[in-house]
Design a protein around this ligand. Structure first.
Ligand code: AMP
Length: 189
């Protein structure tokens, strides 16, 4: 494998990308960058960004591109990203993807590799609602909304990334999915 692993984990809400990202963090000793987690921390801390994002997140919409792009720009410039990172939940729009491509080029970094987790809609809705309670946006209504937003704004990115994308089956045990993920990256479990 090259000296850096710049990875984007894509997949609809409920596809398990957060959980799998954590496993890659352990395996490769690179940080997970979850814009959703960073935004939730901003909401909890009551910062200006958090105040701006809360209502948008609660209804399952996307936070404005410039806000998340700035978050990622700052995060990627930190030293712990030097050997790579796992982006989870970013990019979610074409604009974010284009800006990320530019940012990596500017930083002299290798282009991102992209792995997409495939999970059918019915399964996703069940999973999101079952995850429930812990998150303000895990209700049946927002689950549907977030899935719609994914299809409208994020799914088209699979085409943007077609030259660097591998898509894997996201259904099965956590270990099965991790093994497929490592296989897609050309790494041994
Ligand atoms: P997640 O934990 O990735 O499902 O993100 C939770 C919520 O944070 C999303 O429903 C959006 O409102 C917001 N969010 C997270 N990442 C992004 C992003 N890349 N672009 C826009 N909004 C985002």
């Amino acid at each position: 494998m090259s000296r850096e692993l710049n990875l984007i984990l894509m997949g609809p809400p409920g596809s398990g990308k957060g959980t799998q990202a954590k496993r890659l963090v352990e395996k490769f000793q690179i940080p997970q960058i979850s814009t959703g987690d960073i935004l939730r921390e901003a909401v909890a801390s009551g910062s200006a960004v958090g105040k701006r994002a809360k209502a948008i997140m609660d209804r399952g919409d996307l936070v404005p591109d410039e806000v998340v792009i700035e978050i990622v720009r700052q995060r990627l410039s930190r030293a712990d990203c030097k050997t790579g990172f796992v982006l989870d939940g970013f990019p979610r729009t074409k604009k974010q993807a284009v800006e990320l491509d530019k940012l990596l080029a500017e930083l002299g970094r290798a282009p991102a590799r992209v792995v997409a987790l495939r999970v059918a809609d019915d399964e996703l809705r069940k999973r999101i609602v079952a995850r429930g309670e812990g998150r303000a946006d895990d209700t049946e209504e927002t689950a549907k909304k977030r899935l719609d937003v994914y299809k409208r704004d994020t799914q088209p990115l699979l085409d943007h990334y077609r030259s660097q994308l591998v898509s894997i089956d996201g259904v099965g045990s956590l270990d099965d999915v991790t093994a497929r993920l490592l296989g897609a990256l050309g790494a041994a479990a």
